[in-house]
Ligand binder design. Structure first.
Ligand SMILES: [Zn+2]
Ligand SMILES: [Zn+2]
Length: 163
């Protein structure tokens, strides 16, 4: 079994770190192209046309700017919000495991987990990200588009960004 431990395919994911903020630049470039196409090329010039066309164009441009600022806010929040780290020297509470009222069916029978990379305890639903090289609380996945892990503290913004 020891040989399989050395053949961890997820180690290759660490190479994704090299992409870094290039992905953020690509996202901003896509937004810039969309902005040019919608505001400067198509709807913007219509503001100078007749009154009826100008009113329609103004409504479309207002909606576009509201949606654009919401998506950019969500995106930047996912990028710059810490997804949630495990406090240093975190350990499972020994009293919790013996108290049937506080244990759920999910964590019954599971041994306390330990991350050998971070040299720290692992709370339930916490995973070690091989790209960030750290443990992340309630980790969903490492997203290369946001150069960050999606975890407990930025999941809400990630979901809103997708919507
Ligand atoms: Zn870890
Ligand atoms: Zn990560």
């Amino acid at each position: 079994m020891d040989c399989f431990r050395h053949l961890n395919p997820f180690r290759a994911c660490a190479g994704l770190r090299g992409l870094g903020y290039l992905m953020v630049a690509i996202v901003l470039a896509i937004v810039a192209v969309s902005y040019y196409a919608v505001v400067i090329y198509s709807w913007g010039p219509m503001l100078l046309d007749g009154a009826a066309a100008a009113a329609g164009a103004a409504a479309v441009l207002a909606a576009f700017h509201v949606l654009l600022s919401l998506i950019m806010w969500c995106y930047l929040m996912v990028v710059f919000t810490d997804p949630g780290s495990v406090p240093e020297n975190w350990r499972h509470d020994a009293e919790d495991s013996g108290d049937p009222a506080s244990s759920t069916s999910e964590d019954q029978g599971t041994a306390p987990r330990y991350c050998s990379r971070c040299q720290n305890g692992k709370p339930p639903r916490c995973h070690h990200c091989s790209v960030c090289d750290r443990c992340v609380l309630k980790m969903d996945h490492h997203c290369i588009w946001v150069v960050n892990c999606v975890g407990a503290r930025n999941y809400k913004y990630f979901l809103l960004f997708l919507v």
